[in-house]
Design a protein around this ligand. Sequence first.
Ligand code: URP
Ligand code: ZN
Ligand code: ZN
Length: 440
Amino acid sequence: MPGGIDPHTHLSMPFMGQVTCDDFFTGHAAALAGGTTMHIDFALPVNHDLLAGWEEWQKKAEAAAIDYGFHMAVTSWSDKVAADMAALTQRGVNSFKFFMAYKGALMVNDEQLLQGFRRCKELGAVPQVHAENGDAVAEGQQRVFEAGITGPEGHALSRPPELEGEATARAIRLAEFVGSPLYVVHVMSREAQQEIARARQRGQRVIGETVASAISMDESRMWDPDFKVAAQYVMSPPIRNKEHGAALRAALGGGLLQLVGTDHAVFNSSQKAVGRHDFRIIPNGVNGLEERMHVVWQEMVNSGLLSPPDFVRVTSTAAAQIFNVYPRKGVVAEGSDADVIIFDPAVRHTLSAKAHHSAMDTNIYEGYEVTGKVVTTVSRGRLVWHDGKLNVTRGSGRFVPTPPFGPLYDGLERRPPYLLDVARYGGVPQRQHRHRARSS
Ligand code: URP
Ligand code: ZN
Ligand code: ZN
């Protein structure tokens, strides 16, 4: 099969006072051992400066051992941000993430969302949203904390799925208002998934990305009496209950969600421990870069929800197409990069921190049993994982530019008019203006 493409990772990312502990080398070693040969990482602006963020992430990626692309987050709005977005699309960044949550930090408001979506449309870039209502989340966190719930379970309680559904619906409607496509990252709930399905049914170009943790784990783990265990599962939007997991698997199997990432953003147990007395400051994020291919196979193929070709689509091909690097990536074909894995569907194995290659000291999949294993990984023609042995070379990974105006833009202008398309308005009526004196 083609090597996996993880469309959603955070390597060496400063976040909530910590820096994610997998860098572009340890994260890449983990990826290769799990059959992933490319990922797209989220670069963050430095003091809202996109180009400074770009420079920063270029440096981080010097250690790269697999091919990678970048999304860029947009955390404010100004003429300079708009200009820098254009500069970045020239440099091979065709996707920009807007955070509707993390109030007081990364969050943008609706006006900024509209400006950002419109700019993406002009540039042929893909606007992405972290969809949760950040104002309501902030209030929810305060209410839960003041009620005396201070542990990781407070995280799940304070930001219910309705807040994810609301923000997803709002982003979808705003994208329709400006006529841009939309990519919703880390879909964690049925509410969000259903909004995406409804939008697609209306003919809107909306992509739903779910993540490995959402389709395999459930929120009960945040109630574990051991803080170290419970805190591992804290990510945003939160991992939901089992009904949400089942709905997401069904939607992925039925083609209502398009691809699976990980949101790999790992903090080791000492980093998570800063939130021991306050769930609001536990750094958010879970692992998955090494586990994703196995987890998706186990949850989706072994359960009969996806065929092997559809597994390839949701773990590799769809990402390559959406981010416009297909057929260089996402397919085994003449002329494509030789990113290839051999997957043995009969090998049984158990995921654990002891056996993984990430720098993490814990693993949310501890004890998770899988039938089917990546036994060989070839990255651009080099044998890098075989028979349980890694052969990873620092600096061997290349930046893969993602060009603008990819398939999400193909023919977009021929779609039925969007909500407010003045350019397509047929013309103003010719009214006669008569001014008569009023009779009294
Ligand atoms: O909890 C998460 N998701 N951490 C990473 C940042 C983000 O929102 O993607
Ligand atoms: Zn996010
Ligand atoms: Zn993320």
